[in-house]
Design a protein around this ligand. Sequence first.
Ligand code: PHE
Ligand code: ZN
Ligand code: ZN
Ligand code: CA
Length: 472
Amino acid sequence: MRTSRSVAPLLAAALALSALTGTSPPAHAAAPDISVANVQAHLSQLQSIATANGGNRGTGKPGYLASVNYVKGKLQAAGFTTTTQSFSTSAGTSYNLIAELPGGDPDSVVMMGAHLDSVANGAGINDNGSGSAGVLEAALAYAAGGLTPRNTIRVGFWGAEELGLLGSKHYMNTLPTSEKNKIELYLNYDMIGSTNPGYFVYDDNPVGNTARDDLTAWYTAKGIPWEYIDVQGRSDHAAFRTYGIATSGIFSGAEARKTTAQAQKWGGTANAAFDPCYHASCDTTSNINVTALDRGADLIGHMLWLYAAKDLGGGTPPPTGGNLLGNPGFESGATVWTGTSGPITANTGRPARTGSWKLWLGGNGSSSTETVSQSVAVPSSATTATLSFWLRTDTAETGATAYDTMRAQVVDGGAVTTLATYSNVGTNATYTQKTFDLTAYRGRTVTVRFTMTEDPSLQTSFVVDDTAVTVS
Ligand code: PHE
Ligand code: ZN
Ligand code: ZN
Ligand code: CA
């Protein structure tokens, strides 16, 4: 049994002091520095496990189960309750390790996780020993602090991520709906110590997502430049996000190359991969940037302390009434939307429906193609789902031939569905609301896309504002 009383005298002293000085005590304790030496010690253990087991910690190989047992032993000794969940894969049996700290509100769960498997041909120390070790050390430090969390802290170490996110999918697929609805947040840590590091924050799920903003605020406060990244479901947060749970995470980069601009702000080598040993046999303990690892571990700790104590409203199911789209009226510029730069504008050449920003597609009077999109997880728990937006069109074209067109589309994996096509024929300069049924996409993460093509002459303007995906 974990004791949670050891800080009581300290707390009493702090309260007495605050009464004397007239200041109020902090709402929650700040996270301590997470020891990067301890994180590195976990990485050395994972390296030794790989070395002793044919050089890898891959699914179905003995190095994976040895990794699970190492992490499990540490967590149990610190007072976590652990569960090992097995599932089968084409490469053999794999395991998720789930650890929970007793004491928090059972109806309000905050989760963090990391995949613990490597690819078959290497030790996987950056991918993803780094995230695993950072999560493990932050969890051990939290337990050692003796705080009583407001929310239940649950930690997931996922198996078979490298075979297609199998462990996290299995966890969510087998978790009862009532339990899924207790999860307020999932934070994912997959690769935090890349040798040519970037500092990326997942922003593929921005809706009502204070965690994403807390991650970026930490970097900003430390003076560390950061960038959003749309990780496109490439890691274990995807199963949570698809269900409608708020997710975010950090990432120091994999096979993609660092640009010149990124090298200027982050240092390191331009035009080289963030992790030159990504999925390679050289992903060993030599393949770690200790500064990136240290920062990542501290940020994992910061988020753990913050969300352990945060009032999250307790056991609230995924949103049912609100708008699932981020920056829906474009008032934050291009935030959350991706695609052609330029059409999201405050240019007064066309009016916004509300505010001053809108999506002004076309209006060029020259050959052009413009596409702007945003992905959205349509909760499987919804009864109905609806896309709506307001559209205003005008043109210099005449006649009944469609020269310039704009399509509203839904992209589900590779499948593109055009919901409506608008053109220079039948324009309407009064904003009109358009609505479409997205019920068929429940349980899917889809992309809502506006795409426009204009022919060489005579402009047509398609102006979109106040978009929404709502569920009931
Ligand atoms: N999930 C990828 C892997 O393990 C790494 C990755 C994480 C890539 C996040 C992109 C974004 O190989
Ligand atoms: Zn990974
Ligand atoms: Zn990988
Ligand atoms: Ca607007």
